[in-house]
Design a protein around this ligand. Sequence first.
Ligand code: PLP
Length: 485
Amino acid sequence: MSNEEYYETLDPEDWDEMRGLAHQMVDDAVEYLKTVGDRPVWQAVPEAVKETFKSGLPEQPGDATAVYEEFLTNIFPYPLGNIHPRFWAWYMGNGTIMGALAEFMAATMNPNIGGGNHVAGLVEAQVLNWMKEVVGLPTDASGLLVSGGSMANLVGLTIARNTLAGGDLRKNGVQSLDRKLTVYASTEVHSCNQKAVELLGLGSDSLRKIEINDDYTINLQKLESKIVEDIQSGYQPICIIATPGTVNTGAIDDLNAIADLCLKFNTWFHVDGAIGAIAMLSDTVRPLLTGIERADSIALDLHKWMHVPFEAGCVLVRDEKAHRDSFSLTPEYLEKTEGGLASGPVWFSEYGVQLSRSFRALKIWMMMKEHGSKKLGRMISRNVDQAQYLGRLIEKSAHLELIAPIGLDIVCYRYNPGETDLPTLNHLNRSILIELQEQGIAAPSYTTLNDRYCIRVAIANHRSRYEDFDLLIEQTIRIGQSISA
Ligand SMILES: Cc1ncc(COP(=O)(O)O)c(C=O)c1O
């Protein structure tokens, strides 16, 4: 081993040079976000650039500036687009520059919030307390920051299963049960809940998908009859999942009515609030969410409508003991000591699947302090108003039609030139959507409702202006006419 090798680390050889590069990166990041609206919302990665990702394992050290330049050329120009003011696809937030900088600072400190007595745990605990305050859960509820809504739902449903199945499910497993457990949600429930039910060993058939009303909310009569029918057939209902803000249309299930049914049938009340729960920050949406405070567990997604950079999800659980009982496992190497690094009241690894966990709490904490709950709530209220504005533009246009009631911030519409049959109309709208995206104009996504393919605009975007929706309508009609011609 040479003398250099004996002392080598992964730190830069020249810290000042790295400082200069870091300053450049910050300048580039600020400029990138400041001017994001001037660029196309999306562009495909060119073939030549794709080729560069086929090179093999880099064996020898590269120059940091050259690495960064490669990033600037081959990566930075081709984002997904969700940072753009006219990105309304799937359901995503924009992020913020403070969120991005907080990620950098979190990675600089690089703690692991699985456990240990250090400040990051206090930050996460405070963020969780804020979230309890937002949704109205008691202060002694527990919670965990997770990667996103999917993981938050998995955690909530695991606790539901373990708490209500009876017996020691962690020890004996679902094979030990003499009755089949069932979970209820509407046909609009997000697919991640089905994955969770599958992972929990219950099988996807045990997720009873209940019919919806015309406004895409769960039909409560059908829900109750299915529960009664299942009980009579020997099943054991353990949980009802309510969705305030469904992924297709933003419909809000009746939370109080579902909470009542959960009481009546002694089932767990889980709220998949990946879209809607954080809308408790909005003065206009909050009244639509009454009943959320009665939930046994709530999944929130802060990388959606709160715009924290990915990933940032959160699960809150009313019964801290039930939460810990589902996940705590402490071999000697994870036991706490009465003092020192391994002390501290809460180890978050006892509340979820992961042991090693990133300091995602910091970006949430910094963004909350920077903007405050009122302003974050105003961003949500404005998106809801923009959805109504877009709806009015569609209704005013002879070429367009709304395909579903506008729930929260999601608008589903299609171009309809008149006499065209359904398969042709569906194909036409599919082509319009692709053109909108490929021309870099706007990025809605799609869904199919009652066999009708529609352009779906999910407005969780703090950068969207009302004029962006004027442009969307103008361009939908222009493209529709040019394809039809
Ligand atoms: C209602 C709902 N639940 C859960 C999820 C999954 O959340 P994530 O993508 O953060 O895992 C989504 C994603 O859009 C959603 O809309």
